[in-house]
Design a protein around this ligand. Sequence first.
Ligand SMILES: [Zn+2]
Length: 295
Amino acid sequence: MIESQEQFSRQILAFGIEGQKAIMNTKVGIVGLGGMGSCVVQMLSYLGTQEFVLVDDDRVEESNLNRLVGAVREDIVNKTLKVEVAQRVIRSINPKANITMLGNLRSEEVLERLAIFPDVIFGCVDNDSTRMILTDLAAAYRKILIDCATEIEPDGDKVKNFGGRVVIARPGDFCLWCANQIDARVAKEELETDREKSFRQHHGYGLGALIVAPAVISLNMTIAGLAVTEFLMLITGIREPERKLTYKGMTRGKVVPSNDFKKPGCFVCESLVGKADKVDLKRYLRSSLPADLPK
Ligand SMILES: [Zn+2]
């Protein structure tokens, strides 16, 4: 129900009452409330989203203050959770929103809530293991997964390349494996226990320690803006959403749609869709690495 039509009057001119209702009735999950997720959550709050599930167990640190939307200096002293910052942003715009805050994705409760509650999940994380888990979950439970990523490639004290991309993965239509956006080797190494990691590193193979990556708010805003706009296409039916949009910052600021389609034989798109009984998400909770991950 639209209580304050005036608040959304400029959007109703664009989407109509039905479009606005569709936006407000869509339940959204956001996994990762850092630089990217905080931009997404702010835009969705302004658009009128009413129901949020927020997933992140990180707390605000000083190095986040260049880009975490809604974060203030006191959050460092108070060790505020990033989901609490997001909740504050949502409440400041929409006091009646229904918000569920959850911690680590690799817990039974969080996976269950994500499997049941949202219609659309925004993946706003910087790691391939989470992308892999969300890809399984979204397909098995028929959720739309909108995955966002940015990259800045430094070269000494200069920038060699920068950009980002959005993948809109609809069950059975396209997924992050089809889009070549999961590196199975990286994902596996991220899922290891500390003991496994130290054993592997001791034997001299693998990718080593996590690197602290550059991050700039305007690039996050660009990609989050593309992601939320494709979400609006999907929800209001203005046009078909793209499967993948790539922003090439060093190539004269182009945004390029992809011609990619589902890969023939994709296990996720062809065998996992709607098969909640077939996908064993609990294998991601075990202390050791699942043995049956894709090569
Ligand atoms: Zn696929």
